[in-house]
Design a protein. Sequence first.
Length: 295
Amino acid sequence: MIIGSHVSMSAPDYLLGAVKEAISYGANALMIYTGPPQNTRRKPIADMKVKEAHELMDQYGIAKQSMIIHAPYIINLANCVKPETYELAVSFLTQEIERVKELAASYLVLHPGSHVQAGEEAGLNKIVCGLNEAMQNMGNVSIALETMSGKGSELGYRFEQLRYIIDHVNYPEAIKVCLDTCHIHDAGYDLAHFDEVLKAFDQIIGLDRLACLHVNDSKNIQGAKKDRHANIGFGEIGYEKLYNIVHHPLLEHVVKILETPYIEDHAPYQQEIAMLKSGQFDKELPEKIKRGEQI
C-alpha cells in the first residue's frame, strides 16, 4: 500500500524535513504545500534542500510520484464576481506549476473553486478558462482536481462536474482527479457501496485519471455538504469502510494521503497508518495518542 499523510515543510530543512517526518510515520508517500496554504508568501525552491530530500526518498523507497503537492486554498478559478481574485488565481497557479516542476513532483492537487453565487455553469466555465491560461507549460506535471463536499458554492462535488472541466479544457491529458473520502461522503456518495461509487467514477471520469486518494473520516452524516474531517474510524464513515477503500484491488497503485486532524497537539498519522495496514481498529487510539503511545 502506498500511503502517507500531509507533512509540514518548514525551516530549516524544508523538503528534507518533510520527508523525514513522513518516514517517522512509517509512510512511503507524502503531501506538502510549497508554502503557507492561505497566502502567497513563498520561499525559493532552491533553498528547500530538494537534492538531499530526493536522496533520502530513494534510500527509503519513496517514489517521486508518491510526493503529492497541494495547491493553496487561495486559488479560486471559479470566481466570477471579482476579476482581481480570478487573475490572482491564474497567476499563482501558473507559479505553483513551475514550483512543482522544480520539486520533480508529478501531481498538483487543486480545489476546483467556488462560483460565489454566480451559478454552477458560469463557475465551471470560469474554471475552464483559468486552467487554459495557467496550463500552457505543464511539462510532466498534471493537475489533480479534488472531489469536493459541495459546501457553499463549491464546485467539483459531482463526478459529472469534473468531467465537464476535463471535456472543455485545452489540455485534458494533463488533468487527473484526487478522490477525497470525506468530501464524497459529505457530497452524498454512499461509501457503504464503494464498488458502485468506483464504477460510477470509472464510467464518468475513468480510473486512469485517479492520481491520489485523500483518506479521511467525516464528522458529518452522508450528504451533509459540510466538509469536516474526522480521525480514521471516529466519524460517520467508519473504520471498516475506509479500510476496504484503501485495500481495494483497483486502487492498489493509487497514492493514499491522510488529512485527518491532530489529536490535541499530536499528529495521529503513524498510528492511523499502522491501523489501516493491520486491519485492527483501536477505539482507544485518541487516548493512546494523547499519552504519546506507539501501536
